[in-house]
Design a protein around this ligand. Structure first.
Ligand SMILES: [Zn+2]
Ligand SMILES: [Zn+2]
Length: 256
């Protein structure tokens, strides 16, 4: 069994054919999915999705790209929502200094508000980090200091040093289809240094389709290519990757 720990099923290219997308996922052993929120509008669809499909879980969060449009969303807003809707994670939030669609200051403020809500709720935070390793680490470290903050760093493409720092903070690390790309040898080397009991897998669909589907819209069933690649990198069976990443997901999100 495989769990896709990060997809965006509310995006129209998936949402408009969701029954078929879910059927193809099931045929490829993808039994559970976590659909990740990026905006308030996205949350409206996520509520419908998780109501309709029992094997799909949801989150609430504002993507760092979008944080400038939602400066009113603070930890108390998120805590209020929690009372009304069952979500298992907070995010995606974090820092994206590659695109800088929102000002750094605004991204940091939003990231911290999400972390505070997640600690209060005692549920994991799903973190996006691009070109922002130092700030991401510093914020996670200082905000997590006096709490048992649970962290999932999604779509990891960072340095070996960053991976090590995340592991020191007891974070889980999720690997996307980027690992299948031909130019990902350095990433593969870094990933092979991460203990398998800290790894999760994801598609981040509809983005980042793995080889051999690169360039197309991604969907959860394509996660099998990421599993295959991980099994090669780590020199273990596909079964072993599936069992471990599934167990890690269950442990992190407290689903037993
Ligand atoms: Zn992301
Ligand atoms: Zn995402």
């Amino acid at each position: 069994m495989i769990i896709d720990s990060h997809c965006h099923l509310d995006y129209s290219n998936l949402y408009d054919q969701l029954d078929d997308v879910i059927k193809r996922a099931e045929l490829n052993k993808v039994k559970y999915l976590l659909t990740i929120c990026t905006t308030l509008q996205s949350f409206e669809r996520i509520k419908l999705i998780i109501h309709k499909y029992k094997n799909i879980y949801g989150t609430f969060g504002i993507h760092p790209h979008e944080s400038k449009k939602f400066t009113n969303i603070d930890s108390s807003f998120i805590l209020d929502l929690k009372k009304k809707y069952k979500k298992i994670g907070i995010g995606e939030t974090g820092l994206d200094f590659y695109y800088n669609y929102s000002e750094k200051r605004v991204q940091k403020k939003s990231f911290i508000e999400h972390i505070r809500a997640a600690s209060e709720l005692n549920i994991p935070i799903i973190v996006h980090s691009r070109d922002a390793e130092i700030d991401t680490y510093e914020i996670l470290k200082s905000e997590g200091k006096n709490s048992n903050l649970k962290v999932l760093l999604h779509c990891f493409t960072g340095s070996k040093e960053f991976a090590k720092k995340l592991l020191d903070l007891n974070c889980y690390i999720s690997i996307s289809g980027i690992i299948t790309f031909k130019n990902s040898t350095e990433l593969a080397d870094t990933v092979s240094s991460i203990p398998i009991d800290k790894l999760l897998v994801e598609t981040d669909s509809p983005y980042l389709a793995p080889l051999p589907h690169r360039g197309k819209f991604n969907e959860p069933s394509y996660i099998v290519h990421t599993i295959e690649k991980l099994s090669q990198i780590m020199n273990v069976s596909r079964e072993h990757v599936m069992i471990n990443t599934t167990n890690n997901f269950r442990k992190l999100f407290d689903l037993n």
